[in-house]
Each structure stands twice: as structure tokens, then as C-alpha cells.
Design a protein. Structure first.
Length: 95
């Protein structure tokens, strides 16, 4: 890959990473909310709807990234995993 090709490819790759990171942060924030709803018996229906929406949202995002190509899909998934790592570290620090 030449320097010109790399310069051309960098912005879309960075955008895919940031999109994956943002989707991942939203996903794990909604996961936390789902868990809080699940521990209250009166809100199980809300937790189920939120869980299905969360999974459908990430599935739809990954389908869009896959249609853009293998590189955007992999890079956005790396961003998603970075969000997971950040969320786990934050939860460990919180105790």
C-alpha cells in the first residue's frame, strides 16, 4: 500500500472505528439499564423490549458495516470491542 492509498483509506477507517466505539458505548449503557430493569419484577417486559432493541440495533449496524466491506466491518467491530473494554474497566473501578 502506498502512502497515497493509506492517506485515502485512513478517514473511512477512522470513521468506522469511531462508529463502532459509539455504538458499543450505547450498547453497553443499554445493557446496564436492561440489567437494572431485570432485577425489578414489575419491569421485566421493558427489559425484554430493551434487550431485543439493543440486539437488533447492533445487528443492523453490523449489517450496514458489512455492506460497506470487510475492512469497515472489522474496524467497527474493533471499536465495539474497545467500548466493551472501556465499560468493563469502568465497572471494575466502580467496585
Amino acid at each position: 500500500m502506498t502512502v497515497a492509498q493509506l492517506a485515502y483509506a485512513t478517514p473511512p477507517v477512522l470513521a468506522a472505528f469511531l462508529a463502532g466505539l459509539l455504538v458499543g458505548l450505547a450498547y453497553f449503557a443499554l445493557l446496564r439499564r436492561s440489567v437494572r430493569l431485570l432485577v425489578r419484577p414489575e419491569s421485566i417486559g421493558s427489559a425484554v423490549v430493551l434487550t431485543l432493541g439493543r440486539i437488533a440495533g447492533v445487528g443492523g449496524f453490523l449489517v450496514v458495516m458489512a455492506r460497506l466491506g470487510a475492512l469497515p466491518l472489522v474496524v467497527s467491530f474493533i471499536g465495539f470491542l474497545a467500548a466493551r473494554t472501556m465499560t468493563v474497566q469502568r465497572a471494575r473501578r466502580a467496585g
